[in-house]
Design a protein around this ligand. Structure first.
Ligand SMILES: [Fe+2]
Ligand SMILES: [Fe+2]
Length: 374
């Protein structure tokens, strides 16, 4: 008999999580879904890849570390965690300052889309694969992401909003990335996700008066899941040294710059949100980059020189160009079109200037595995 799990947090597989009762209640909320459907440089995308190539990976060079990591994922320390309990304080959504409410909802929708994007990609890999190591890993990771997305949707539902995840799966555009780009991009997004969540969690531990929503209390266990997912991608890259040497180092630099730059620009679009948290987005950005760089030394032979004076200058130019671009888009007409061209060119120049800052080289340790330490 197939008994429906009550909550995605208690599910043992991704299929069970997506069929759980809390996913049932996810009704279509038009504007939220429309926001999640957007495909711009700054919004979370859905990815597809060459699943056969990924299925052919041989993890035997990293077998010992691999088995340990998989055993840890199989033990499922966060089962049952991602749902409301007595620590979930009541939120007065109607009383929330409108600008903060708008930015916070935008934050939740974009986080939910990002979690779900991981869920869809990992679930697909698991479905298409025949390699038992790969299928096992992707089944655990998709299970986790389904729980994360389900939990954010629980939080959104209280505000009368929900992202229609079934609709997104069918209708959102999928971007194709070669497997090696999936490794770089996904590894970084898992690790930067860890760094973002743990930085907020530690900050709010010290300043609980800024915790304006209970979801932040769940961030520690949450980011530990993301940390393990990142570990898995680090091991996948370690299993094939070509991925992190030679010309590929230029790709690594490209992804590092793109991921850091995107985060900086997006966070600066939410000033009221960061003010409510009591966090300066410039400080937050650098703090997160520093942690991510420190972690990514486990596998990448370079890190970005975020203390170079050109770094912050370049980020600010990138952010200003993006703000001008958005403004020109809303303006429309001929003036808007000219404004868009100018702003796009400035954004490209700013990115190029960030990309050309000399990177910091270092030796990669023989053993890849790390534990979350922040
Ligand atoms: Fe996640
Ligand atoms: Fe993840």
């Amino acid at each position: 008999m197939n008994v429906q799990t009550r909550h995605s947090a208690d599910a043992t597989t991704v299929e069970e999580a997506l069929a759980a009762k809390n996913y049932d209640a996810v009704v279509d909320s038009e504007s939220a879904t429309a926001l999640a459907m957007q495909n711009t440089l700054l919004t979370p995308r859905f990815y597809t890849t060459d699943f056969d190539e990924m299925d052919a990976i041989d993890v035997s060079p990293v077998r010992e570390d691999w088995d340990k990591l998989i055993a840890q994922m199989a033990s499922d320390p966060n089962k049952g965690h991602f749902k409301k309990n007595e620590d979930w304080d009541n939120i007065d959504w109607d009383g929330m300052e409108p600008k903060l409410k708008r930015e916070f909802i935008d934050f939740l929708i974009s986080s939910c889309t990002a979690e779900f994007s991981g869920c869809v990609l990992y679930k697909e890999m698991k479905r298409r694969g025949n390699n038992p190591d790969i299928c096992q890993l992707f089944s655990f990771m998709s299970r986790d992401e389904a729980r994360h997305a389900g939990f954010i949707n629980d939080a959104l539902r209280e505000a009368g909003i929900a992202v229609n995840l079934g609709f997104l799966t069918k209708k959102k555009k999928y971007t194709y990335f070669r497997p090696k780009f999936i490794y770089y991009a996904t590894y970084l997004s898992e690790k930067i996700g860890y760094a973002r969540y743990i930085t907020i969690f530690r900050h709010l531990e010290a300043h609980p008066e800024h915790r304006f929503h209970p979801i932040f209390k769940w961030f520690r266990e949450w980011c530990n899941d993301e940390f393990s997912h990142g570990e898995a991608f680090a091991l996948l890259m370690k299993s094939d040294p070509k991925l992190t040497s030679g010309r590929n180092v230029w790709w690594i630099k490209f992804f590092l710059t793109a991921v850091y730059g995107t985060m900086y620009v997006r966070d600066h679009q939410r000033p009221a949100f960061h003010e409510a948290l009591g966090v300066d987005p410039d400080w937050y950005g650098q703090e997160v980059f520093r942690k991510t760089s420190e972690i990514s030394k486990q596998i990448f032979p370079i890190t970005l020189d975020i203390d170079n004076p050109r770094w912050m200058k370049g980020l600010k130019r990138l952010q200003k160009a993006n703000a001008d671009l958005a403004e020109a888009k809303t303006r429309g007409g001929l003036g808007g079109a000219i404004g868009r061209m100018g702003a796009s060119a400035r954004a490209a120049m700013a990115f190029a200037s960030l990309y050309t800052i000399p990177a910091v080289r270092h030796d990669v340790p023989a053993s890849t595995r790390l534990e979350p330490a922040y």
